[in-house]
Write a protein that binds this ligand. Sequence first.
Ligand SMILES: Cc1ncc(C[n+]2csc(CCOP(=O)(O)OP(=O)(O)O)c2C)c(N)n1
Ligand SMILES: [Mg+2]
Length: 369
Amino acid sequence: MAGLASAPLESLGVEMEPIQLVAPDGTPTTSDAATRYRRDLPPETLAWLYESMVLTRDLDGEFVNLQRQGELALFASCRGQEAAQIGAAACLRKTDWLFPQYREIGAFLLRGITPAQIGAVWRGKWHGGLGFTEKCVAPIAIPIGTQSLHAVGAAMAAQRLGEDSVTVAFVGDGATSTGDVHEALNFAAVYRAPCVFVVQNNQWAISVPVRRQMAGPSIAHRATGYGMPGIRVDGNDVLACFAVTEQAAQRAREGGGPTLVEAITYRMGPHTTSDDPSRYRSHEEVGQWAARDPITRYRTYLQSIGVWSDRLEERVRTKSQRLRAELREAIVGAEDFDVTEMFDAVYHDITPDLVAQREQLSAELAKEV
Ligand SMILES: Cc1ncc(C[n+]2csc(CCOP(=O)(O)OP(=O)(O)O)c2C)c(N)n1
Ligand SMILES: [Mg+2]
């Protein structure tokens, strides 16, 4: 029998202490848990992780600026969550499918989805989301938790096709309270689907703190009930996120089944540009997390091992400027596509209902000019 009955019980104990390889002050940790994971990535990989986090932070800021300037309808910043996203996505193969929620800008960039393509989503253009699947990334999921079921379905399909790919479902802490995520976790465990659930516990689901999402000790502890390992990791430590997700993906690839990774991090900005977090959380709390910034910590670590250099910083800054310019160029004042084209991409053969809707829309648009 698959699933819980065959899950080795000793693998289901969940440690409360998050896995951490680099401490907030940038020094390498020496705990027993840390010895189970590798920190010794090649220098070029270490530099790439740094570059990816800085580019994500900078572009994220540019997206916020563009929204404030009226160029985007809305934006959900990932400021503070760069390590969790980059670490989890960077350890995978480019053919492993990602199923994002909506805040995974770092993972999108890492996969080569362009700033313009991400911008089209938040500008609310009909073609927002095109270009994602070509990079094995599902379109963003605004209905909370739904992507987790898609991730498990895709993992089960890969399993049946005999492929050794894995899928990663990015889920928020709040999303773990939904029925969809419960069903996804249970299905994944019972069918030993090659799926890794990366929960970015950023402490908040809009204005609801994580302590009000659950009565158990942690999100990772829920995994035990499903019959899969649950691992808590410092979500502001990119190397720990990389190592933990890499191990979980390897386990899934080898037929060991799913893992629930809880990356403990913090949403430094508002929920979206429509939110005012000062109404429900304190400056002190934000300040405490600012001191655990994932980029500052990682830079200090790279400096201590001689990987960071002025040249690296310059290269990253130049790339950042280029990407931000590219984003602005694609977004500011961009012409809208012919909106009636959106009906073409729904079905292979358009249905009579959609033909009628297209005609109705065309008639309404004609009245506007
Ligand atoms: C099914 C569903 N219910 C409610 C909402 C409204 N909603 C949007 S974001 C959000 C909170 C999600 O929090 P979390 O999963 O922690 O993700 P985060 O925004 O913190 O990254 C809610 C309830 C929604 N989009 N979909
Ligand atoms: Mg959250």
